[in-house]
Design a protein. Structure first.
Length: 72
């Protein structure tokens, strides 16, 4: 979870910087960036992370332990 948050902070700050520079260079009267798209993106990323973890845990829990022990 810490890696995801760290990656989000680094990616968001770099993305914000580059998009702001692009807006200034391309559009003389640009609209400033808002924070809600960043928060929505973070929420979607956390939802994706949670769904991945839950689905993998569900797969492991439903697996028959006899198959795993026989394979070893």
């Amino acid at each position: 979870m810490l890696v995801i948050i760290l990656a989000f902070i680094i990616g968001t700050s770099l993305g914000y910087h580059f998009i702001s520079a692009l807006n200034v260079a391309v559009y003389p009267d640009h609209i400033p960036l808002k924070t809600w798209p960043v928060l929505v993106t973070f929420a979607l990323m956390l939802l994706s992370l949670a769904l991945t973890i839950v689905s993998q845990l569900y797969r492991v829990v439903k697996e028959n332990p006899v198959k795993t022990l026989r394979a070893d």
